[in-house]
Write a protein that binds this ligand. Sequence first.
Ligand SMILES: C[S@@+](CC[C@H](N)C(=O)[O-])C[C@H]1O[C@@H](n2cnc3c(N)ncnc32)[C@H](O)[C@@H]1O
Length: 283
Amino acid sequence: MLRGKPFVKWAGGKRQIIDKLKKYAPDDFNTYFEPFVGGGALLFELSPKNAVINDYNKELMNVYECIKDADKFDKMCSELNKHEANHSEEYYYQIRNLDRDKKKFNRIADYKRAARTIYLNKACFNGLYRVNSKNEFNVPFGKKLKVNTYEGQNLGIICGYLNYNNIELLSVDFEEAVKNAKKGDFIYFDPPYDSETSTFNSYTEDGFGKEEQKRLAEVFKDLDKRGCYVMLSNHNTSLINDLYKDFNIHVIEAKRNINSNGKKRGKVEEVIITNFENKRTLD
Ligand SMILES: C[S@@+](CC[C@H](N)C(=O)[O-])C[C@H]1O[C@@H](n2cnc3c(N)ncnc32)[C@H](O)[C@@H]1O
């Protein structure tokens, strides 16, 4: 089976540690839930037949919606062709600044917004998604002469995957996204990460502070009680070790390279936490 791969580069993308995640994933499960799906590295790697995927980011989930709908997918691809053909610094800023007028922006057809999100992700600096407090995309131009928005057959493969399987798309809070999870289902949480340097009530850029990490740990415990397989990625911080002390904490080394500050790139310790062991990890 041809498998897709993330169609956008996303902060915290899991491609580099995908083999490790697969090693800790359960051998068998019913429905797959990914409440912080982002670029969906593990989703595409496992390509489960039944899945519920979710992200708070409405522009991102709109792209998944448009890839799933055959008619919108065709129209989105024509838009991508247009973006590739017109690509230049001036054109990039013209497309980027469409969200400066919210009234007009909200009237833009969803497939056009989806193509814009993919194009900006490929053409911006470092390929990251960042908006300011007014929800305006504010990453500068990436200085690429050409952009490749399709990456060969990838979008087509994803379109097939979303259509020929039972994949539900949501854009709600993570707690809401897992409310129907049952015994035997597998939930993979990849939230915005905790950091050792942030203090308890400190402001976090992504709005996901220590209180949110605690709320997520409660949801993890509840799913454990329901008989689900639960797996979670995060940084190896004291709070995370404390919150999940009753579960299996596997420390792994991961390379982070999506930091705009080059000096901060490098190896950081991450953890993969599970409430189960599988054959691969017991061997
Ligand atoms: C670390 S990223 C996920 C990376 C992803 N697994 C990948 O491989 O690309 C975290 C995601 O959580 C989303 N998010 C933040 N707060 C959320 C919330 N309360 N509920 C659902 N999603 C949320 C963000 O929009 C972001 O896409």
